[in-house]
Write a protein that binds this ligand. Structure first.
Ligand code: ZN
Ligand code: ZN
Length: 226
């Protein structure tokens, strides 16, 4: 049985992860605390080691922009798997809604304190994120989705303008020859130092034109909570 992933958040315009802002809600203080501590210290079968399952590539960033380094590993209760920093959203940012089957498991654990829940064992677990994505899809906010689309269009415009400016700068700096640009369909003149025109040259440099997508999304989400 693959581990069921939860608690992954939007990081690219093209991904379908939700934002924690879409899953806020009221919880009784004791329920919130119980959920957060389950997420921090998932119950284990007797004799098993603490399941730090995967070490992710980088430290996770808080989607509310509060600046905490929010963990770089994942934790598991043997059925579900989530990023270490998920408890932070429950404690500090009113995250309340998670897949019902997971919340039921947490509640069952709390009712039967000290009794181990059945967990599936396995060396290198497979991860299934389809449940999280399908569940989250039902809770996404159409309004936020629209604002993401607008933000993406805005970022694309900024990036295109930056390429234009950098292309002109390259043409001025290097000078152009009388040869046509080698890029298919381009009517520009090649630079003296390159077979491409300034614009195609700047495009080829790639990625330096605007802030990275992930930074744009982070800044946008942080602005929501101000
Ligand atoms: Zn935070
Ligand atoms: Zn060109």
């Amino acid at each position: 049985m693959p581990l069921k992933l939860l608690g992954y958040w939007k990081a690219k315009f093209s991904d379908s992860y939700p934002c924690p802002q879409e899953l806020e809600g009221e919880l009784a203080e004791s329920v919130r605390e119980g959920l957060a501590s389950y997420l921090e210290n998932p119950p284990l079968l007797a004799g098993t080691a603490r399941p730090v399952i995967r070490q992710s590539i980088g430290v996770s960033w808080c989607r509310y922009g509060c600046g905490v380094a929010n963990g770089s590993t994942e934790l598991s209760d043997g059925v579900w798997i989530w990023p270490q920093g998920l408890a932070h959203y429950v404690r500090e940012h009113r995250l309340a809604r998670l897949p019902e089957a997971f919340l039921e498991r947490v509640a069952a654990h709390q009712l039967r304190q000290g009794v181990d829940l059945p967990v599936s064992k396995g060396e290198a677990p497979e991860i299934d994120e389809s449940i999280w994505l399908a569940w989250a899809q039902k809770h996404r906010s159409a309004e936020l989705e629209e604002r993401f689309e607008a933000l993406q269009a805005h970022c694309q415009r900024l990036a295109a303008e930056a390429v234009l400016a950098e292309g002109m700068e390259a043409s001025l700096m290097h000078g152009t020859s009388n040869e046509p640009c080698c890029s298919e369909g381009c009517t520009g003149k090649a630079l003296r130092v390159d077979a491409r025109c300034g614009h195609c040259f700047a495009l080829g440099q790639g990625g330096q034109f605007a802030r990275a997508e992930i930074e744009e999304i982070a800044a946008f989400l942080a602005s929501l909570s101000r």
